[in-house]
Design a protein around this ligand. Structure first.
Ligand code: TYM
Length: 331
């Protein structure tokens, strides 16, 4: 049995990228492994949310985890800030994380470009906090999308460095995981290669979106004037739409439009209409459950309390052992 850890930042609602990159794996893994799934609210502080927004977003992701089918009896579902042991491990790991390697991290370089006015130390040390999330449970598998691959590599570096420094074999090497083997990257609708919360208006399809909002976003997706030669290579924006069809539509639907493209008969309007219909159908059951679970205040609180208890039990054991290894011994 593997120990599995993964998390999602509460900076907006869940989108299809989160689902196909991470959540879909959570749902199968919870049946077979020892799973810890959390809401990365410490991480979200790098963007300085207001207290009201922070709380609302954390609650929304918790509700969406449950609506997707995560079972708090099988997996441990918790809120990162309910387990301050994570922050202590983050401090220890930061003592042997080097500025150079943190500065070279791709996600940090992206942030410098995206938000030059807010390059805070939390962004620089984002990979150490993520390593603490994973190492606190001594995880072996981490279901994530392709964008998190480098962070996992850094987690292994920090864990191995700790082991070497103290001459122990304490932290196992966690591996990024997707049950299709390849890590995935779901594209956005506005020509962006990645569906994401910070990728601009109209880029992401959220489970909580109403059908009309989904239809509008899909119909606005970037296209071009169409192929002029049979079997022509597809520009990125068109390839993105095909990739989205592949994940939400039936194989026959995908094959039909694929054939239409290759024979230069494609009508993008028809393809987008079909994609919108399929996305609305795909998200429908979850949309309904989100509403029902969100209304059940007592249940949501109970799940959060149970998760905190279970996650802290394991995290405090790790912290006790790590303190001992470092040399913080009781007098
Ligand atoms: P976050 O909140 O950006 O995304 C949550 C999960 O969704 C995946 N994902 C995608 N996968 C495929 N295609 C996409 N377009 C797409 N967009 C998002 C992400 O890969 C991720 O698995 N740093 C993490 C959160 C985190 C974490 C951790 C994850 C903090 N600590 C420890 C695992 C283990 C993040 O920002 O994910």
């Amino acid at each position: 049995m593997e120990t599995v850890v993964s998390g999602i930042r509460p900076t907006g609602n869940l989108h299809l990228g989160n689902y196909f990159g991470a959540l879909r794996n959570f749902l199968t893994m919870q049946n077979e492994h020892n799973c810890y799934f959390f809401i990365a609210d410490y991480h979200s502080l790098t963007t300085h949310p207001t207290p009201g927004d922070l709380h609302g977003n954390v609650r929304q992701i918790l509700v969406e985890y449950l609506a997707a089918g995560l079972d708090p009896e099988k997996a441990t579902l918790y809120i990162q800030s309910d387990v301050p042991e994570v922050a202590e491990l983050y401090l220890f790991l930061n003592m042997n994380a080097y500025i150079g390697e943190l500065e070279r991290c791709t996600s940090f370089k992206d942030k410098i470009r995206q938000q030059p006015e807010n390059v805070n130390a939390g962004l620089l040390t984002y990979p150490t906090l993520m390593a603490a999330d994973i190492l606190i449970h001594r995880a072996t598998k981490v279901p994530v999308g392709k964008d998190q691959e480098q962070h996992l590599e850094m987690t292994r570096t920090f864990g191995n460095r700790f082991n070497r420094l103290y001459n122990v074999d304490y932290f196992p090497e966690p591996q990024a995981f997707n049950f299709g083997n390849e890590l995935v990257k779901i594209p956005g609708l506005n020509g962006s290669g990645k569906m994401g919360k910070s990728e601009g208006e109209g880029n992401a399809i959220y489970f909580a979106d109403e059908p009309e909002a989904i239809r509008k976003k899909v119909m606005k997706a970037v296209t071009d004037s169409g192929p002029t030669e049979p079997n022509q290579a597809r520009p990125d924006a068109i390839q993105n739409i095909f990739q989205l069809l592949k994940v939400v539509s039936a194989p026959e639907t995908y094959n039909f439009f694929d054939e239409m493209y290759n024979t230069c008969q494609i009508r993008y309007g028809d393809m987008k209409k079909q994609l919108a219909v399929d996305m609305i159908a795909f998200t429908e059951p979850m949309r309904e459950r989100i509403k029902a679970i969100s209304a059940d205040e007592a249940y949501v609180s109970k799940v959060a309390r149970l998760g905190k208890e279970k996650a802290q039990e394991n995290a405090s054991k790790t912290i006790r052992e790590v303190r001992e290894i470092i040399g913080f011994k009781r007098f």
